[in-house]
Write a protein that binds this ligand. Sequence first.
Ligand code: ZN
Ligand code: ZN
Length: 342
Amino acid sequence: MAPSGSGGVRRRCRRVLYWIPVVFISLLLGWSYYAYAIQLCIVSMENIGEQVVCLMAYHLLFAMFVWSYWKTIFTLPMNPSKEQDTEMWSFTVGPVWFMAIRYCDRCQLIKPDRCHHCSVCDKCILKMDHHCPWVNNCVGFSNYKFFLLFLAYSLLYCLFIAATDLQYFIRFWTNGLPDTQAKFHIMFLFFAAAMFSVSLSSLFGYHCWLVSKNKSTLEAFRNPVFRHGTDKNGFSLGFSKNMRQVFGDEKKYWLLPIFSSQGDGCSFPTCLVNQDPEQPSTPAGLNSTVKNPENHQFPAKPLRESQSHLLKDSQTWTESSANPGKGKAGMSNPALTMENET
Ligand SMILES: [Zn+2]
Ligand SMILES: [Zn+2]
């Protein structure tokens, strides 16, 4: 019992330590509020109009920043469900057209497409992007939009502070500010805002590129594997559709940290159907193939929709599993490779 007891204490200590970056960011944010709203706007600004405009714009950005940061931290990452896994298992191991599967030894489940095991969370995460220490959470299907908004609003927040603080920062060096403690807040505020603007803009720019290509950070480092091999742009549907995968169809939700991403996190459309003229190009075409299993040819390339579209109809699958000749048209997903990640 002793090793497991000490292991438990170590795990708990680690869990507490993981919150340090979040506490650091929160303290920095709290100080920046005091330095900007109180010391700069209220104490140092002489023009009332400038004061009001700066305070209103600042509070709007502050609220959006805190809201999206909060949602990124506290939105639980989605994990593959055991129930769904059982269904998948029943049709992935039997038929010969599945040459291999992606299986997680730690979680004891089959990983859906784009799902990866996070060694920090010790869980499989749907459409895992990366584990972010600054939010002490995994960034994946459930909170990727929130993470992007967090980057965008924190960048705007820093740029806004740097831009409005600049003239006071210059006055600091030209001895144009009264000799109070406000001048030091004004100086450090500009340094911090400028420094974070640089690092955030590169990170935000990188994630904008990932969204435009419909890639996760992990997929940018390691191309996803499909039936016909690896394809770095296998999930890319074009710029507009790629954006909608993350932000959804309704534009009114795009700028708000409210979940609006498309899909269920388990199945993803691919662009690869265009390479195979033998395959139906729409879900309707897919259904018609299911009805005529005798005519079916195993897909050489993935269809537009991945297999979970068939899984949604559990009845169809039950019938198919009773007759090995049926339902093969649904095996359209990016090819599965045996992959044990830790
Ligand atoms: Zn796992
Ligand atoms: Zn994680």
